[in-house]
Design a protein around this ligand. Sequence first.
Ligand SMILES: *Cc1c(COP(=O)(O)O)cnc(C)c1O
Length: 376
Amino acid sequence: MNIPFFMHDLGQEELESVAKVFKGPILTTGETVAQLEKELAAYLDCKHVITVNSCTAGLHLSLMGLDIGPGDEVITTPLTFVATLQAICYAGAKPMLVDVDPATGNLDVNQVEKAITKKTKAILPVHLYGHMVDMRALKEIANKHGLRLIEDAAHCLEGIRDGVRPGQISDTACFSFFATKNITCGEGGAIATQDDALAARLRLLRNHGMDKTSADRHREGYRHWDVNMLGWKYNMSNIEAALLLPQIKRIESKLKMRVRLYEEYTKHLAPLKEYVQMPKAEECEVHSHHLFTVWVPRERRDQVIEGLQKRQVSCVVNYRACHLLNWFQKVLGHKRNDFPVAEKIGDQTLSLPFYPTMPIEHVAMVAQRLEEVIQE
Ligand SMILES: *Cc1c(COP(=O)(O)O)cnc(C)c1O
């Protein structure tokens, strides 16, 4: 039997929600977006949420909103999706990589301070797989050196560590609603912030820097608008917001379903622990469990993927170390061995089928097929 990697759970409720938008006059950013932002802000217990059309856009806008650009350095991790580093490059700043913690794969907070130079403007951690980085420790470092903090929380909508959620003590946290994320509208994103002035600036920046929106025109009639800054076309439409709205109330129940699958995997993989390592996941009160990722011996990883795929188990790699990808090697000039821990995990890692509505019996089937592959 074919075991898919991911299946979304959108259905009738989302269809009806979108149908409501069709009945109104505004397909682009309007009341539905405003409602979603309000509900997300309440869920995250954060003052402002500004939706955008991707997490990548959110990261780029955060950097622009904080005036980070050419000549500036931003400290981040090599073990992430390319968007994290590319957003820094869009801003014209330079990603300064720091190696990761061998137990979690997250940015090694203990190595951040020695990477700080006169040009450093911000730290951009990624909560890998949904396991939050120690934000309180990073906040202390940021305060001490006058740096900004931007979170790539694409995996971590639900996370809590030391009483802190993404966006609560940083300048911004960015979320993704891409097709396989914990809630989704196909493509979408959001920025959370506690800073009133920054929130207002981000709202302008996401819409060409225009001081009026289409929804304003609809409400007030046409008035001349002006542009006071270079902005981008990063706004979310009411259609996407409508797809996301009914999912807000399912966030916690879906997390519970993923936790149950995680526990089932843990049980079934225990006999394989000589070959299959699970990243440490106990450092936070709430782990988002966005992916179920295992680390296998690096010299066998690609063979394991092939063997699983031959047995109709879909799997993916999140992620090979970014600095070894062609373009980043070219522009950042890194070589193998520059970040040995990230490279090792990048060579070992493999994500197994994992999504809330995955039939629980599939876990044992995946584990059994994985065992067969290992014993080949
Ligand atoms: C998915 C993802 C992104 C990009 O999200 P988009 O919404 O597709 O732009 C960024 N960072 C990480 C860690 C991701 O997993």
